[in-house]
Design a protein around this ligand. Sequence first.
Ligand SMILES: Cc1cc2nc3c(=O)[nH]c(=O)nc-3n(C[C@H](O)[C@H](O)[C@H](O)COP(=O)(O)OP(=O)(O)OC[C@H]3O[C@@H](n4cnc5c(N)ncnc54)[C@H](O)[C@@H]3O)c2cc1C
Length: 403
Amino acid sequence: MSQSCDFAVIGGGIVGASIAWQLAKRRAGRVLLFERDVIAAGASGRTGALLRRHYSNEPEAMLAQVSHKVFCDWPHTVGGSCGFEPAGIVVTVDMSDDNASNLDRMRQNIAMQNRLGIESRLISPAELKALQPFVEVSDLKGAAYEPSSGYVDAIAATRSLTQAAMRVGAEVVESSPVRGLAIEQNRVTGIITDSAQVNAGAVICAAGPWTNTIMASAGIELPISALRVQIAIVQRPLELQDPHFVFIDTAAGMFTRPWGPGRSLIGLGGGDQHDPVNPEDFEVRNDPYYPRAAIAAAGKRIPAMNRAVYLHGHAGLYDMTPDAHPILGATSIDGLFVAAGFSGAGFKKGPAVGIGLAELLLEGQTRTVDLAPFSLERFDDPNWNRPWSETEYTFSSDFGHKL
Ligand SMILES: Cc1cc2nc3c(=O)[nH]c(=O)nc-3n(C[C@H](O)[C@H](O)[C@H](O)COP(=O)(O)OP(=O)(O)OC[C@H]3O[C@@H](n4cnc5c(N)ncnc54)[C@H](O)[C@@H]3O)c2cc1C
């Protein structure tokens, strides 16, 4: 490998692959993607890959919407398959007396999504029951329903995006951890691997919860921490033979989606289910309590799920920021950019983030999506923690991230 490139992208998850593809297909010069293990070795290989577009703030809804178009049209735009299944997504939030205003917030959030072109509507408990007769709705006053949203096969999608990047000239180097950044006079000049120093015109760090390990060599510490989160795969009883909707069910404290014939993925909500960990050393197997707890949570919405049988599961990492929104764009070092801190909700945004970063890097500004709200500088504002909209939900329990 020659020792210089125009763009060095660090991290072969959905975000790094998307950035590399968008840069390479714009003929941006030599693009190198460095992955320390194999493509999708991080959260992108352990995710639920539920592609909701329901957000209570417009910037993130827009990222989800722009990405959705890419996922839908994958065979034509990317090539290959991402396994997109438009199964329909139902989002619930607690609307009990303590959080009664959430019903009106949901109404307004759906109106905002509709303005962005997102197909979504508020459905009553009776309508949900008519659509999915096996669900329990007595705790609900309404839910958001996105008929054309769904999920993808995350590993297939990430690998397919990487191969698309390679087809237009990006070079992908697996098993090549970036050990540090070369900096001269407050400008990044390249990256350092075990075998070489590679000069780069710009460096984009998309290394999820490992971002700070890399940034440390530039004297930067980003507000990103690693949170361990588990999912379980179960086999459903025969009466749940047909695939169910995707449920992002903060009211029941769980999310679930079909996972191949007769099987479902279940993840638990609730901050207490998530552990802050060292990203270099965390338990990837389910904790012993987890399968039973996940099945019980899914059983609150789909009672027959109480008879589901646990098959396998794993833990992965959320790269959490203090406000649970990602950090996208420039850093204090010239030529050094970051796309990390997705806080457990980044898969659905990956394609749009690639477009936005490529526009920013090549044109100096974004056209397709607005990345300004995601700047690192927002944390300099003493009020950085204010909600991103007046319709942000109030939660009795969250998923580690907001909606
Ligand atoms: C259990 C779980 C469920 C989730 N469910 C959803 C969901 O339903 N919907 C959704 O949208 N999001 C979900 N997420 C979040 C989503 O998966 C992530 O936000 C997204 O995959 C992040 O992609 P990424 O490319 O930024 O990071 P990653 O996929 O983590 O990629 C970072 C890459 O950097 C590599 N790397 C690290 N250090 C170095 C180095 N020094 N040199 C080179 N490479 C390095 C890693 O090996 C890794 O491959 C979930 C996450 C988890 C853990």
